[in-house]
Design a protein around this ligand. Structure first.
Ligand SMILES: *Cc1c(COP(=O)(O)O)cnc(C)c1O
Length: 435
C-alpha cells in the first residue's frame, strides 16, 4: 500500500501539493473525457525501482538473415536488463493479446510521441496527410500548425457533415481523391460516434494511402469489444494508455509485422532515448487488468453511463453535438454568441466553481476562437471507476443544468459545489491516503 511518508519528510512542499491533489480528486466530479483513476497496482508499478534502470533498445532483436523477431538476443545497449526484459516482454505480449495485433511497441512516452514515430514510419516531411480537423474532434498532433505534424507535413483536413455532425464517408472519399494523400489518419479526441475503420481502409486503398488509426480515447472500449477494432484494418494503430484503457500516462503503437522493424527504429533512436521501464511495468499491469472479465463489465458501464448522461442532459434542454453518443464522451453545444448563454470557456469556469471538472471544446463549425469555444466535452470513464451508475448520471445532469442556469451567479455555484461534494463523498477513493 502506498503512503507518502518519505516525501513528507524530505520535501514537505511537494508532499502538500500531492495531498491537495488527493483531496481535489476525492471531492471533485471528474468529467474530463481523457482522464481516469488507475488502480493501486498500477501506481505501485509506476513508483517502483524500475525507474533506476537504463534500457535503450528492445528486449529482442531482429534476425539479420530472416528478419524474425527473437527475444533474449541482446537487443539492449546496457547491461543488467534481464528483469527489465521480462517486464517489457510481458507488456508487449499482453498488448498484442488484447488487440489481436501482430506487433506492439510499448515504449512511447506519450500519445504524441507514439504518433510522431508512427508517421515517420510511413511518410516523409512534405508528404500529404489527410486527417481530421481539430475543431471537428481531431487532435493537435493530427496536423495543427503549432504541432510538429502541421510543421513537417502537408496537411489536408476532413471534417464532419454539416447536418449530422458525423462522418460522411462519401465526402471523405471525395477529399481523398482530390488530395491524393500518402497517409490517411483517423481517430479523435472529441468525436462521440462510432468510427467505421473498414470504410477508412477502403478509401485508403482506393487512393493508395497507408492508414493510421489513433485510438487514444477509445482503446478501453475496443479492448472490451464495445467499439470496432482498427487493428485488422489499419497499417499502424497508435494509442495512449491512460484514457479509457485506465493505465499509466503513456503511449503505445500496434502495427502489422511488415512495419515492425522500421517502426521500432523510429521510436528508438528516432524520437526517444531510454524507455521509462517503470511506466512500461505499469502498462503491463494495466493490460493484465484489461484482460479480465470485470474490465469488460467496467467498459460496458462507461458506455451505459455516457448514454444515460446524454439522455439526461437532452431531457433538460441542453443540445449535444450529433444528438447523443455511442462512446464514453459527448459534447454539449452551447450555441453561438448570438444565442446568448455562456461560452465554453465561461461554462468551464462556472462548472469549476461548482466542483465539476470538464473542459471547453470547439464544436464543429464553431464561430468562437478555440480558446473560447462553444462546447463542453464530458466523459464518463473516471466517474464509472468511482462506481457511479445510470441513476447517478441523472443527478450529474441535474448539477450541470443548474450550473448552466446560474453560470454567472457565484453564490449559487458555491451552493451547488456543496451538493456536489456531498454526492462525491458517497463514492470514496484514496481512503488509505487521506488524513
Ligand atoms: C490524448 C490524445 C493524444 C495525445 O496524448 P498525449 O499522451 O497527451 O500526448 C493523441 N491523440 C488523440 C486522439 C488523443 O486523444
Amino acid at each position: 500500500m502506498l503512503n507518502y511518508d518519505e516525501i513528507k519528510k524530505v520535501d514537505p512542499e511537494i508532499y502538500e501539493a500531492i495531498m491537495n491533489e488527493v483531496e481535489r480528486q476525492y471531492h471533485n466530479l471528474e468529467l474530463i473525457a481523457s482522464e481516469n483513476i488507475v488502480s493501486e497496482a498500477v501506481m505501485e508499478a509506476a513508483g517502483s525501482v524500475l525507474t533506476n534502470k537504463y534500457a535503450e533498445g528492445y528486449p529482442y532483436r531482429y534476425s539479420r538473415k530472416t528478419g524474425e523477431l527473437k527475444y533474449r538476443l541482446y537487443g539492449r545497449y546496457y547491461g543488467g536488463c534481464e528483469y527489465i526484459d521480462d517486464v517489457e516482454r510481458l507488456a508487449i505480449e499482453r498488448a498484442k493479446e488484447i488487440f489481436g495485433a501482430e506487433h506492439a511497441n510499448v515504449q512511447p512516452h506519450s500519445g504524441s510521441q507514439a504518433n510522431m514515430a508512427a508517421y515517420f514510419t510511413v511518410v516523409k516531411p512534405g508528404d500529404t496527410i489527410l486527417s481530421l480537423e481539430l475543431t471537428h474532434g481531431g487532435h493537435l498532433t493530427h496536423g495543427h500548425p503549432l504541432s510538429f505534424s502541421g510543421n513537417l507535413f502537408n496537411i489536408v483536413a476532413y471534417g464532419v457533415n454539416k447536418d449530422t455532425k458525423q462522418f460522411n464517408y462519401d465526402e471523405i472519399r471525395e477529399k481523398a481523391q482530390e488530395c491524393k494523400p500518402k497517409m490517411i489518419l483517423t481517430g479523435a479526441s472529441a468525436y462521440p460516434r462510432t468510427i467505421d475503420f473498414a470504410k477508412f481502409k477502403e478509401i485508403a486503398n482506393e487512393v493508395g494511402a497507408t492508414l493510421i488509426v489513433d485510438m487514444a480515447h477509445i482503446a478501453g472500449l475496443i479492448a472490451a469489444g464495445l467499439h470496432p477494432n482498427p487493428v485488422p484494418y489499419a497499417d499502424i494503430v497508435t494509442t495512449t494508455t491512460h484514457k479509457t484503457l485506465r493505465g499509466p500516462r503513456g503511449g503505445m503503437i500496434l502495427c502489422k509485422e511488415k512495419y515492425a522493424q522500421e517502426l521500432d527504429k523510429w521510436v528508438f533512436p528516432g524520437v526517444q532515448g531510454g524507455p521509462l521501464e517503470h511506466i512500461i511495468a505499469a502498462k503491463a499491469v494495466a493490460f493484465k487488468e484489461a484482460l479480465k472479465d470485470d474490465f469488460k463489465e467496467y467498459q460496458k458501464q462507461i458506455v451505459r453511463n455516457a448514454a444515460a448522461l446524454a439522455k439526461a442532459l437532452m431531457k433538460r434542454g441542453l443540445n449535444l453535438v450529433s444528438d447523443g453518443t455511442d462512446t464514453h464522451l459527448m459534447l454539449i453545444d452551447l450555441g453561438s454568441e448570438e444565442d446568448g448563454g455562456p461560452s465554453g470557456k465561461k461554462m468551464e469556469g462556472s462548472l469549476d466553481l461548482a466542483g465539476i471538472t470538464a473542459n471547453k471544446n470547439t464544436v464543429p463549425f464553431d464561430t468562437r476562437p478555440p480558446f473560447v469555444a462553444s462546447g463542453i466535452r464530458l466523459g464518463t470513464p473516471a466517474v464509472t471507476t468511482r462506481g457511479m451508475k445510470e441513476q447517478d448520471m441523472d443527478k450529474i445532469a441535474e448539477f450541470i443544468k443548474k450550473v448552466y442556469d446560474n453560470y454567472d451567479n457565484e453564490e449559487k455555484l458555491a451552493e451547488i459545489k456543496k451538493e456536489v461534494q456531498e454526492f462525491t463523498a458517497k463514492f470514496p477513493i484514496f481512503d488509505y491516503l487521506r488524513k
